[in-house]
Design a protein around this ligand. Structure first.
Ligand code: NAG
Ligand code: NAG
Ligand code: NAG
Ligand code: NAG
Ligand code: NAG
Ligand code: NAG
Ligand code: NAG
Ligand code: NAG
Ligand code: NAG
Ligand code: NAG
Ligand code: NAG
Length: 647
């Protein structure tokens, strides 16, 4: 049957395919705009210059498929010439030289070769030079993107001949030497030279380019500005300026009134934060983190800001300045030397999502008054001199969106009532419905090139998360003098990933409601005075990757689950009388009961399968905390914000 049917079937298939293909080709050819044959010839010759096709979806691979599909190529509909080549991420590997056919596209207005492996340097050292020098045959070019290639060396001054350029991106290559000469590019509006090895002074004429609105010099080794450092930016009409991770030093220049994004983190600017930063009416992002600023935060800085990041400086005062900051979403003044109280005017910041004042010298009571801020998600008060109880008058609105709270290493005292967490009508209670394929981070939506970062404690290590996952939820009350029972209502916070109550004076039993925290990945109760048995319910927490109950007064058998017996012994040391894995001491008699019960209720084999499954889920899949920690390892790459300004 099959043998008979098959040829007939395939013949019919073949027939229909031919008809379909033919009609497709005819209709496409008819509907195709005119293409000059010489342009096709140049295209095919140009294609031959690419030596390897490293992946399957190479755009240029369509160029040989037939005579009509040229992915990434745009022909002018009237004259039939090539005006646009978009070969971004085309898996093209080439050593384009000065004699490349590319330079025969005289009418090209848009050229994007970014994210390829174009490395004109591999044969002769001057090739980058001759390659870029030849570009000035392409005098019509308006947009040129050669970012993310392997271009090495110096940018030739002939690039200044591309007088129609409005968009130029040479970022993420290996360009070295001094600032490239571009001074005749009067139409240039966006220039990205970030992620190279450029050094020396930034020339004064750059700021006089009349159309320049977006500039990134981030991640280079520039060290100063030619001309008067104080006034040098003032002539420009820049709206977006990124100077991150260079070696700039001295007082911070005045910025033009047009500025919206001023990002100058990771430099060595000194002195006070200049009052001139208050002038631009539309300033939205100000990031001066990781510099050497001292003195007070100017209180005029505020009204229009969405992001104020002054972390890692030597600031001493944060005035009560936020009465009109209703667009502020992120305030980070962590790692300074700020004394005094938390500004009460923060209560006016109805958009505030992230508040970080960690590692300062603030002395104040617990800011329960923040509980009515409708958008507050992250509160970091770690390492200050904050004191007193952390209870607050009960009410039905309390921190409605809180996801991460870290009040560790302060002087908070007192006990928490059993229903303490009852009124946290927060994201902590509701397990988020986050089914997005790609992880979502805070700041994704509102700040080009800036995302709030955060330190968290995991496995006893204090690590920096460069970005905050939107689904990440954590409570860190460690290193205070909290006492009494751990509130039973903790079990309400079902979406919690990290719970750290270590280094306090909690006593009494460990609430069995902890077993309801089904998403918990890290649990630290070490260095308290809790006693009694560890509740069996904890053994059911499948995602629990880290647990530490050391230095308490616990007794009896450790509940046995793959997650728990896989911990280090030090996680349970320093207790009165614990037994069972991972400790070496085994349990005898009655105290063995829980373990035996499990073994009796399921056959050993079944048990093993279940446990391995649990381990797989816990360790293997993309666990939230795992992802979050993964961010620490991933190197920080600034968002390619300039893509937004592409033609
Ligand atoms: C290309 O596709 C083949 C078959 O689909 C696959 O085996 C190969 O790994 C792919 N290569 C790349 C670089 O993606
Ligand atoms: C360019 O010149 C080099 C040698 O100088 C040669 O190997 C290469 O094939 C030439 N490329 C084209 C496209 O003519
Ligand atoms: C700019 O182009 C002109 C004419 O094509 C040429 O003479 C000149 O040398 C070029 N400038 C640079 C810096 O290459
Ligand atoms: C740049 O413009 C100046 C005059 O403004 C001119 O003398 C010079 O030749 C131009 N340079 C290039 C490379 O076009
Ligand atoms: C500002 O631009 C004008 C004209 O473009 C120029 O004369 C002046 O020197 C520039 N000032 C600074 C500080 O660069
Ligand atoms: C501020 O933004 C508004 C609205 O986008 C705009 O009209 C105004 O020109 C901007 N002001 C400055 C100084 O750039
Ligand atoms: C920071 O600034 C102070 C003066 O305010 C200076 O003494 C110190 O050397 C600077 N530190 C660095 C690392 O530049
Ligand atoms: C906590 O308070 C004690 C005195 O009550 C003080 O000695 C200690 O320095 C304070 N700790 C912090 C971190 O402020
Ligand atoms: C809070 O409770 C009061 C009464 O106790 C009620 O009138 C009010 O609507 C409640 N608010 C919310 C947001 O539930
Ligand atoms: C949170 O508050 C909303 C109303 O503001 C209510 O509908 C919801 O049930 C509350 N959730 C919890 C967990 O209390
Ligand atoms: C558990 O906590 C104790 C006390 O802080 C510490 O000494 C020990 O190293 C921790 N164990 C693990 C596995 O992190």
């Amino acid at each position: 049957m099959m043998a008979l049917r098959f040829p007939v079937f395939s013949f019919i298939c073949y027939f229909f395919f031919c008809v379909f293909a033919l009609s497709f080709i005819v209709t496409t050819i008819v509907s195709q705009p005119y293409r000059r044959p010489d342009q096709i010839e140049i295209l095919l010759a140009f294609k031959d210059e690419f030596t390897e096709y490293e992946c399957n979806d190479s755009v240029a691979s369509s160029w040989i498929r037939d005579a009509i599909s040229f992915d990434g190529v745009v022909f002018d509909s009237e004259t039939g010439v090539v005006t646009k080549l978009d070969l971004r991420g085309g898996c093209l590997s080439s050593t384009l030289g000065g004699n490349s056919s590319l330079f025969k596209f005289h009418y090209l207005r848009y050229l994007d070769l970014s994210y390829n492996k174009i490395n004109p340097n591999s044969f002769s050292y001057n090739n980058i030079y001759s390659f870029l020098a030849e570009l000035d045959r392409l005098v019509n070019l308006e947009s040129l993107d050669l970012s993310n290639n392997d271009l090495v060396g110096k940018v030739p001054s002939s690039i200044s001949n591309l007088s129609r350029l409005t968009y130029l991106d040479l970022s993420s290559n290996d360009l070295n030497s001094r600032f490239p000469l571009l001074y005749n590019l009067t139409k240039l509006s966006s220039l990205d030279l970030s992620n190279n090895r450029l050094e020396g002074k930034v020339p004064e004429w750059l700021w006089n380019l009349p159309s320049l609105t977006a500039l990134s010099l981030s991640h280079n080794s520039f060290n100063s500005f030619q001309g008067s450092q104080e006034e040098v930016f003032l002539n420009s009409s820049l709206v977006y300026l990124y100077l991150t991770s260079n070696a700039f030093h001295g007082p911070f220049p005045k910025i033009p009134e047009t500025m919206r994004y001023m990002v100058a983190s990771n430099n060595d600017f000194t002195g006070e934060i200049p009052l001139s930063l208050c002038n631009p009416r539309n300033l939205s992002v100000l990031d001066l983190s990781n510099n050497n600023f001292s003195g007070s935060v100017p209180s005029c800085l505020s009204e229009s800001l969405t992001v104020l990041n002054l972390r890692d400086n030597k600031l001493r005062r944060l005035p009560d300045m936020f009465y009109r900051s209703d667009s502020l979403k992120t305030l980070d003044v962590g790692h300074n030397q700020i004394t005094g109280k938390l500004p009460r005017s923060l209560l006016s910041c109805t958009s505030l999502e992230v508040l970080n004042v960690e590692s300062n010298r603030m002395t104040d009571t617990f800011p329960s008054w923040l509980k009515s801020l409708p958008n507050l998600q992250v509160v970091i008060l770690r390492s200050n001199g904050l004191y007193g109880p952390i209870t607050y008058p009960p009410s039905n609105i309390s921190f409605p969106k809180l996801r991460i709270i870290d009040i560790s290493s302060n002087n908070f005292t007192g006990s928490l009532p059993p229903n303490y967490f009852l009124n946290w009508n927060a994201s902590l209670v509701n397990v988020p419905e986050d089914h997005q394929r790609r992880p979502q981070y805070m700041g994704d939506s509102y700040s080009l090139g800036f995302q709030p970062s955060l330190y968290v404690t995991n496995k006893g290590l204090h690590l920096k998360l460069e970005k905050i996952l939107r689904i990440f939820r954590a409570i860190d009350f460690s290193g205070n003098r909290l006492e009494g029972q751990i509130p039973e209502s903790i079990g309400l916070l079902k979406s919690l990933h990290v719970l750290d109550l270590s280094n306090n004076r909690f006593k009494g039993y460990i609430p069995s409601s902890l077993g309801k925290l089904i998403n918990l990945e890290s649990l630290d109760l070490s260095r308290n005075q809790v006693s009694g048995k560890i509740p069996q319910e904890i053994a059911s927490l499948n995602f629990l990757e880290y647990i530490n109950m050391s230095y308490n007064k616990l007794t009896g058998p450790i509940p046995q689950s793959t997650q728990i017996i896989g911990q280090q012994g030090s996680s349970f040391e320093g207790n009165v009388d614990l037994c069972g894995l991972p400790l070496e001491k085994s349990c005898f008699g009655e105290s063995c009961l829980p373990t035996t019960q499990i073994q009796q209720s399921k056959s050993p084999k079944q048990e093993q399968v279940l446990n391995w499954k649990a381990a797989e889920i816990g360790y293997g899949l993309g666990v939230v905390f795992g992802i979050a920690i993964g961010q620490v390892i991933a190197t920080y790459k600034p968002v390619l914000f300039f893509k937004l300004f592409r033609l």
